[in-house]
Design a protein around this ligand. Structure first.
Ligand code: SF4
Length: 232
C-alpha cells in the first residue's frame, strides 16, 4: 500500500499521508471546513454532520472528520448540496438549542447564512439548570450533544466515565449514571469536560456567579469544597 494518496479538493491537488481524513487533507490546503463535534484532541465521531463534503461519484455526502482520503478522489467542500445541508443542520440546532454562548457556532451560522427562525414552531430543549457541586454548572438547554465532554471523561483523556448519553430522540441528553448528582458519581472535577464544551452548557461556577453579580467573598464561599468552608 502506498504511503501517500493524491486527491483533489475544490479543484486543488493535494498529496497526504495514507489514512488522512478529508478534514486533515482540506486543512493542509488551508480550505476551512466548519465543525462542531470535532475536537483535535478527541476521537472523531461524525455526530454533528456539519463537516459534510461532496465526493464525486458518491450518492451521500461524506463527513470529512472521519471519511478517509483516497487516490483520485474529487472532493467539493462548498457545493450547493453541501451548503444547503450545513445551513439546515445549523437552522435545526438553533431552533431547539440556546446557542447564545456558542460563538463558533454563531460564526458558522453567519457564514452559512442560516436563518435561526426558519423553524419557529419547533419545541425548544429546556431542561432545568443543574447546580449540584461547587465546581461547575450544567445547562443542557445549551447542549448540542457533541459528545466531547463524554469522550474526555472516558477514553480520550480521563478514564473516569462519570457522564454519558441518556434518553432517546428529542429527550437525549448528557447525564450521569441514574441521573445522580455529580458528587455522587466517579467525577473527580478535573474540568476537562468544561474545557472542551463548545457552547457554554458546562461552565465554571465562579464564572457563572460573577455573571450573576455576586460579590467575590460570596463567590469564594459558594465554591469552596464543603470540608474547607468551616475554615472561613
Ligand atoms: S455539554 Fe457541552 S461538551 Fe457536552 S455534549 Fe453538550 S455541548 Fe457537547
Amino acid at each position: 500500500m502506498a504511503d501517500t494518496v493524491t486527491l483533489s479538493i475544490d479543484d486543488q491537488s493535494v498529496t497526504v499521508p495514507a489514512g488522512s481524513t478529508l478534514l486533515e487533507a482540506s486543512r493542509s490546503l488551508n480550505i476551512p471546513i466548519p465543525t462542531i463535534c470535532y475536537h483535535e484532541h478527541c476521537t472523531a465521531n461524525a455526530l454533528c454532520r456539519l463537516c459534510v463534503v461532496e465526493v464525486k461519484g458518491w450518492r451521500l455526502l461524506a463527513p470529512a472528520c472521519v471519511a478517509q482520503a483516497s487516490e483520485g478522489m474529487q472532493v467539493y467542500t462548498r457545493s450547493p448540496k453541501v451548503e444547503r445541508s450545513r445551513r439546515t443542520i445549523l437552522e435545526m440546532l438553533a431552533s431547539t438549542v440556546d446557542l447564545s454562548e456558542a460563538p463558533e457556532i454563531q460564526e458558522h451560522m453567519r457564514e452559512a447564512q442560516a436563518d435561526p427562525q426558519r423553524f419557529p414552531e419547533t419545541k425548544r430543549r429546556s431542561p432545568p439548570l443543574r447546580d449540584d457541586n461547587p465546581m461547575y454548572l450544567r445547562d443542557y438547554a445549551q447542549c448540542v450533544l457533541c459528545w466531547r465532554c463524554v469522550q474526555v471523561c472516558a477514553e480520550d483523556a480521563q478514564y473516569t466515565y462519570a457522564i454519558n448519553f441518556s434518553g432517546r430522540g428529542f429527550d437525549t441528553q448528557i447525564s450521569t449514571f441514574f441521573d445522580q448528582p455529580l458528587p455522587q458519581t466517579t467525577c473527580v472535577f478535573c474540568g476537562q469536560c468544561v474545557g472542551v464544551c463548545p457552547t457554554g452548557a458546562l461552565k465554571p461556577k465562579r464564572e457563572w456567579l460573577l455573571e450573576q453579580g455576586l460579590p467575590l467573598e460570596q463567590i469564594m464561599q459558594a465554591t469552596r469544597p464543603a470540608h474547607r468552608k468551616s475554615r472561613g
